[in-house]
Design a protein around this ligand. Structure first.
Ligand code: HEC
Ligand code: HEC
Length: 448
């Protein structure tokens, strides 16, 4: 490819990136209204605030990442005694939690150097102040603007999932990490050894693995074990709902929330998949279902063009074919079928937990719903009919005020300890290439 073509591609990629941002930013302010109790902009919501971006008078109020104030928390306690409403955290016998292992995992999670071009950490898609997901993009964008087909899920309470990823294809957190490390459109490392060699070449890691893993250095296994341990502590519950339902505090939630809960378990039948148990609730059955959303996209409904915002007050209609030609967006997502190749599994996706859902927009495996209201309208219509639609999905005939009640209930699921987990994340060191640390790069310690 000649240089001109490359430049055009890069510009196009930027346009598409801007498009993705502005498509979502139009609804970002509505999204934040989902969590009225959480007004502290420094620890909740997009850093790149686009409020008023549609107007040419827009001035930026983007937050300065360097001025974030962090405070380390005793993370292990959120795994040893999970907050109210959660069951005991399953921890594999061969990877017991220790405070030092969790810290090492956290360090890896925030280290941008562990990507092919030293720019991309786990935390750049699982952004702490955005519900450990990305509120600004429908589907994830990795190194060099390479886009993926799925929405970044939150990693709050991920310790409890037996089926990991939207299609449930992975089974342990220890193994899961190698997917993003190696995916071309995520961190894009060329091999497992490449990541291990990098860690070995970074002075800051000298001795850390050996101390935590009884003499074992960074390996495919120990890297997974450390990252899994950090993630196992990110348990967020003790929400107003939990304090009412499990803590028996009568006034922890409003009457509207209580009505919403009755609809959730009654007329809405939501709890047939988003389970609520006697002693605790994960709001998932850890199974996969067809709601029709994947079917609709597979059948290729396409409006032809997309309105894209290029700068404050400047819009253009772009042909979808142009966007598709540069964005590598794979429209077709067959869900569980991609794991089993059983035609009956087409368009099945894992039931996500609904804990902290007010913080984790946009929603569903492809991020296509920007607000909880849109999700509820979708369920109320009965999803998208198709030959494999789950029998549990059907028109609900909920009235407008019943939908408002359900919304109030969903908003009551935000964990009371979320601010602690977010401010702890702000205290994590961000591994980055710096002028003071020029010596660790490929040219020197890493020879290829
Ligand atoms: C480019 C953005 C991006 C980066 C970087 C990234 N992730 Fe993810 N993460 C995603 C997306 C998208 C998914 C869903 C993928 C799917 O379902 O196929 C996901 C899924 C997950 C899940 C499963 C969650 C669930 O509900 O099943 C975990 C755990 C996770 N990521 C942890 C990590 C860790 C640890 C790292 C760093 C080693 C990382 N991620 C880096 C975007 C990213
Ligand atoms: C048949 C099982 C089933 C039923 C019944 C069900 N859901 Fe879901 N729910 C799912 C699945 C599966 C997904 C993920 C779909 C996807 O990723 O495309 C989901 C996703 C969601 C999401 C988006 C969460 C996120 O993080 O993206 C919300 C909110 C939600 N459901 C709320 C509800 C409510 C409220 C009801 C009742 C009106 C309900 N669900 C009924 C299975 C179900």
């Amino acid at each position: 490819m000649n240089r001109m073509n490359k430049a055009v591609l890069v510009i196009n990629a930027l346009v598409v990136f801007a498009a993705a941002l502005s498509l979502f930013s139009a609804t970002a302010s509505r999204g934040s209204a989902d969590a009225p109790e959480l007004q502290n902009r420094a620890i909740f919501g997009p850093g790149d605030v686009k409020h008023g971006y549609e107007s040419a008078d827009y001035t930026t109020s983007t937050l300065d990442l360097l001025n974030r104030i962090g405070k380390e928390a005793e993370l292990i306690k959120f795994a040893e005694q999970p907050p109210l409403g959660l069951p005991p955290v399953p921890v594999p016998a061969d990877n017991p939690l220790t405070a030092k292992k969790i810290l090492l995992g956290r360090k890896l999670f925030f280290d941008r150097r562990l990507s092919i071009n030293n720019t991309f950490s786990c935390a750049m898609c699982h952004i702490p102040e955005q519900g450990f997901t990305n509120n600004e993009l429908e589907t994830a964008v990795g190194v060099e603007g390479r886009s993926g087909k799925r929405n970044t899920p939150t990693i709050y309470n991920v310790a409890y999932f037996g089926k990991i990823f939207h299609d449930g294809r992975e089974s342990t957190l220890e193994q899961q990490v190698w997917a993003p490390f190696l995916a071309r459109n995520e961190m894009a490392n060329p091999s497992i050894g490449y990541v291990i060699n990098k860690i070995n070449a970074i002075d800051e890691y000298d001795g850390l693995f050996e101390e935590v893993f009884h003499g074992r250095g960074p390996t495919m296994e120990t890297i997974g074990m450390a990252l899994a341990s950090y993630q196992r502590t990110l348990n967020a519950a003790d929400s107003p709902f939990d304090r009412w339902y499990y803590g028996k505090e009568k006034n922890a939630v409003s009457d509207q929330v209580k009505r919403g809960f009755r609809l959730f378990t009654g007329k809405g039948a939501c709890s047939s998949c988003h389970l609520v148990q006697k002693e605790h609730a994960l709001f998932t059955d850890d199974r996969l279902h067809n709601t029709g959303l994947g079917y609709e996209v597979s059948m290729g409904r396409d409006s032809g063009t997309t309105r894209v915002q290029l700068a404050p007050g400047i819009f253009t209609e772009l042909e979808n074919s142009v966007i598709n030609s540069v964005s590598r967006f794979e429209k077709n997502d067959l869900g569980l079928y991609e794991v089993t190749e059983d035609p009956n599994d087409r368009w099945k996706f894992r039931t996500p937990s609904l804990r902290n859902v007010a913080l984790t927009a946009p929603y569903m495996h492809n991020g296509s719903f920007h607000t909880l209201r849109e999700v509820l309208d979708f369920y109320n219509r009965g999803g998208i009919p198709n030959e494999l639609l789950s029998p549990l999905i059907r028109p609900l005939n909920l009235t407008d005020s019943e939908i408002e009640d359900l919304l109030a209930f969903l908003r009551s699921l935000t964990g009371g300890n979320v601010p602690i987990l977010v401010t702890d994340a702000f205290a994590a060191p961000i591994g980055d290439v710096s002028k003071d640390d020029p010596d660790w790069t490929h040219k020197n310690k890493l020879k290829y």
